[in-house]
Design a protein around this ligand. Structure first.
Ligand code: SAM
Length: 283
């Protein structure tokens, strides 16, 4: 029996609603409104400032594609930076790679980590306690501006470009990420659903191109980020990184011994094929 409905208000003219069977947590943190509720289809759902961030039932799509595509394309990733990602889903997937020696997660809102550990433990699945994990509570933009750490892969698992997440879409941020990447490093970022957020495609390409030779996208179908395929930003100086031969991806995937529910080496390659309307949005 539904307690009522959670209505997501990311867009002015379209909304998605979730029947709420239970509210597990609700609070105003220092940075944003945090709610965790239960829905019969998606399981437990985390929403920040009224926008769905992660759901128990479909989180594997986004977390696998944001983690395994850059790490398996890179081939020798040891040090990974995750900006945002306070639910721990990306951290979990990154740490499944035994080749990864350190995963630094920089999350601005401690309450998101605390709430997800408590109410959505299946998402992080113990990753926060992995000895290779370093959890930093800070603004990701400030962190990349001053850290002397260097990374092979940077994964920007941020909220949308509003509120605290806005700085994670700035040219200055991408430039600072480039500074923190080792040669051959790869940056991926949450880049919205082009059908409903078309402006985010040219916006991040122009800004990422200021720091990287290659700034493009790959796609994933995340049910709870509704409106069609989601764009994931891809930036690197290594033009070949987005075109690793299938045989090599299969070899690396087998060596990593990953059990996945969405990612496959074939889909890895196919995800870089953009729908025409998305390609047309790239300046
Ligand atoms: N997968 C989700 C998506 O695609 O929209 C994002 C999930 S994760 C919960 C987003 C996280 O980014 C939130 O926990 C939020 O607190 C964090 N965040 C927002 N702005 C930030 C900033 N400037 N520095 C670090 N973390 C930030």
């Amino acid at each position: 029996m539904a307690l009522g409905w959670f209505e997501e208000k990311l867009y002015r003219e379209v909304r998605q609603s979730f029947a709420v069977s239970k509210i597990l947590h609700r609070a105003q943190s220092e940075h944003q409104d945090v709610v965790v509720f239960e829905n019969p289809v998606y399981g437990r759902v985390l929403a920040l400032d009224g926008v769905v961030q992660v759901t128990q039932k479909d989180e594997y799509v986004y977390h696998e594609m944001m983690s395994h595509v850059p790490i398996l394309a890179h081939g020798k990733a040891k040090d990974v930076l995750i900006v945002g990602g306070g639910d721990g889903g990306i951290l979990r997937e990154v740490l499944r790679h035994r080749s990864v020696k350190s995963a630094t997660l920089v999350e601005i809102d401690r309450s998101v980590v605390d709430m997800c550990r408590k109410w959505m433990p299946s998402v992080s699945a113990g990753a926060f306690d992995d000895k290779r994990a370093d959890i930093v509570i800070a603004d990701g933009a400030a962190f990349v501006a001053k850290t002397d750490k260097r990374f092979d892969v940077i994964i920007v698992d941020s909220t949308d470009p509003v509120g605290p997440g806005e700085v994670l879409f700035a040219a200055r941020f991408y430039k600072a990420c480039k500074r923190c990447l080792k040669p051959g490093g790869i940056l991926v970022n949450q880049n919205g659903v082009p059908f409903l957020q078309p402006g985010e495609i040219p916006m991040t390409v122009r800004r990422r191109r200021k720091a990287f030779k290659v700034a493009s996208f790959y796609m994933a179908a995340v049910p709870s980020y509704y409106g069609g395929l989601m764009a994931l930003g891809w930036a690197t100086d290594d033009a070949k990184a987005a075109d690793v031969p299938l045989a090599m991806l299969r070899k690396r995937f087998a060596a990593a011994r990953l059990k996945t529910h969405y990612y496959t080496p074939e889909l890895h390659r196919a995800s870089f094929a953009l729908p025409a309307f998305v390609a047309d949005l790239v300046p």
